[in-house]
Design a protein around this ligand. Structure first.
Ligand code: ZN
Ligand code: ZN
Length: 584
């Protein structure tokens, strides 16, 4: 095996054979079908017919048998057979016979793989030498589900048994702990608990509705992006959400987007498209005037929704939605300005993500090789890729990842990967070059020599999609947002009615300073009021009792730091204001 991933994959594949053996031991009537390797493990599909099939409670005994088989240190060996011989071996199994017919039709070699002396399965290979190479504690049967033969609902329903497998027991345990933690941090659950967004059956799946609290989060994030962009002279633009199809025909997205493009009919029967992206619109603003080299780079930004018709089965919380809010931006610049522009966007991306606790981003360079059916001028590609490579070596020497052959047909790009609190990797910002849109829209500028030249376009959303960003960020923080982002920043908690007057005053002072404050004037006891603030993950609460009224103070507590102590109102105000300003 050439790499450790291949070796892990061989272990997982070998375990599928072991699972088959264990299942046959307990359920001799089971008809095996296929058993591939998947992310984090493997599965095997069986037809148990009508004479008894395992349930979740049976996985333990199957797993126990698997461990016994693994401990026997059985060798894998293979044997080539003819299609007729193979059909003979699998006389009673229509699924395997269908697979054998397929292999025969394609002129493929047919091999049986033995595990030990007597047990075999139809297989193309990719095993460990022996079962002994698999650590007994490194795998676990995970779940059981129904699955159609060959994924087609017209076919028989089979039973799929899933297993998890890693190199070592420690890795398996770490994965299980991570899964448990991930369940608790599920953004769909936290989103509901913190009242950030909802889905309505009348509106439909994939179309989140943002509550006032969720809208605060979105607005704060967008304001931050705009604040960063302002330093780099982005002009904010606004475009309608519909367009004549002509725009996308010219940009070639009409064809490329196909079924993902929403289309509507006007009352007089004309077709309009709902925008799946903003680039062609922004290109029209650029093209509306004759541009001089002196004006470049021209930078447009716009936070706006785009709409993509994903299959409803793929929709998932905020991770996959039909209405996507992009903090989109496009830069039109000269080839000689590419490196500096990309460098500036990189800085924006870094500053943005570090404010959210994603401190080390790993850049991935998607570049052209001979397999990329690229468009545009080869010299431009080479110069641009050279500039990107220099930039990567300057800013991330030794850490950037080479995505050779991963460039889109219209240009190379840098993607940034971030690790969340659970160690999961997410693709975050992207800087994408585009040599094709400027050609499609005949974009140009007048150079020093008075010649018409073509600018390069850079697509550079920072958060990317606010929905996807929030799905990652909510799970990263488990909903414990920093003060500057929290929908409620502080809760005022008077102990009894006698303290309401002072509570109202404090509320008034903080609100006047644009701090998002709530006062809990309910008749509940102190403990319950504090619990309510904790449940909403409010960063601070300020308790007011007799002493605080007498002293003109509050007793401040923090979500994680605990009791901070009694402080004057002016002190509270400057503490909060300072912390919000610094995005701590
Ligand atoms: Zn195999
Ligand atoms: Zn774009």
């Amino acid at each position: 095996m050439s790499t450790s991933t291949d070796y892990l994959s061989a272990k997982r594949h070998s375990l599928a054979h072991v699972l088959l053996m264990a299942v046959k031991h307990h359920y001799p009537h089971a008809l095996p079908t296929i058993g591939p390797v998947i992310e984090n493990g493997f599965y095997y599909d069986f037809d148990f017919g009508t004479s008894g099939k395992p349930g979740l409670e049976d996985l333990e005994k199957i797993e126990k048998t698997m461990k016994e088989i693994v401990s026997q240190n059985l060798a894998f060996r293979h044997e080539e057979v003819t299609a007729d011989q193979a059909r003979g071996y699998f006389e009673v199994n229509p699924y395997k016979k269908e697979l054998i017919d397929g292999l025969e039709k394609d002129g493929k070699t047919i091999t049986l793989y033995y595990t030990g002396d007597d047990f075999f399965d139809l297989c193309v290979g990719g095993h460990t030498e022996t079962t002994g190479e698999i650590a007994v504690g490194s795998f676990k049967l995970d779940k059981i589900a129904g699955a159609y033969w060959r994924g087609d609902e017209k076919n028989a329903m089979l039973t799929r048994i899933y297993g998890l497998a890693f190199d070592t027991q420690e890795e398996l345990d770490a994965y299980l702990v991570q899964q448990e933690e991930a369940k608790k941090r599920d953004h769909r659950i936290i989103g509901q608990q913190l009242n950030l967004f909802i889905f309505s059956p009348l509106v439909g799946p994939g179309l989140p509705l943002w509550t006032p609290r969720g809208t605060i989060l979105r607005t704060e994030i967008d304001n931050f992006v705009q604040e960063l962009r302002k330093e780099h002279n982005y002009g904010r633009v606004t475009v309608p959400h519909f367009t004549k199809p002509d725009l996308y025909i010219k940009s070639q997205h009409y064809e490329k987007y196909g079924d993902d493009l929403f289309k509507v009919k006007t009352r007089d029967g004309h077709e309009l498209c709902i925008k799946p992206m903003n680039c062609p619109h922004h290109a029209q603003i650029y093209a509306s005037q004759l541009r001089s080299y002196k004006e470049l780079p021209i930078r447009y930004s716009e936070t706006t929704m785009v709409y993509r018709d994903e299959q409803s089965g793929e929709l998932n919380g905020l991770s996959r939605v039909l209405s996507i809010t992009q903090d989109d931006a496009h830069i039109f610049c000269r080839e000689s300005q590419l490196k500096e522009e990309m460098n500036n966007v990189w800085t924006l991306i870094e500053r943005f993500y570090s404010a959210f606790g994603f401190n080390s981003l790993t850049p991935r360079f998607s570049r052209r090789n001979d397999d990329v059916k690229f468009k545009g001028n080869i010299e431009l590609w080479e110069k641009a890729e050279g500039a990107i490579r220099t930039l990567l070596d300057e800013r991330a020497a030794g850490t950037w990842v080479d995505g050779e052959g991963e460039a889109a047909f219209y240009g190379p790009k840098i993607d940034f990967m971030a690790k969340d609190a659970l160690g999961r990797s997410h693709q975050v910002g992207t800087i994408q070059l585009d040599f094709v849109q400027p050609t499609n829209f005949e974009l140009e500028y007048v150079s020093e020599e008075g010649k018409r030249e073509m600018p390069v376009m850079i697509h550079c959303a920072i958060a990317g999609s606010l929905e996807r960003f929030l799905s990652v960020y909510i799970e990263h923080t488990a909903g414990n947002f920093p003060l500057w982002l929290s929908p409620t920043q502080i809760s005022i908690v008077p102990i009894a009615e006698a303290h309401h007057e002072h509570a109202k005053n404090v509320h008034y002072v903080l609100q006047a300073a644009n701090i998002r404050v709530e006062a809990d004037m309910s008749k509940e006891g102190l403990g319950k009021k504090i619990r309510a603030a904790r449940e909403m993950k409010t960063p601070y609460w300020a308790v007011i009792g007799d002493a605080e009224v007498a002293n003109g103070t509050v007793t401040l507590e923090h979500r994680t730091e605990g009791k901070i102590g009694e402080i004057k109102i002016e002190e509270l105000l400057s503490k909060l204001t300072e912390e919000i300003k610094n995005k701590k």
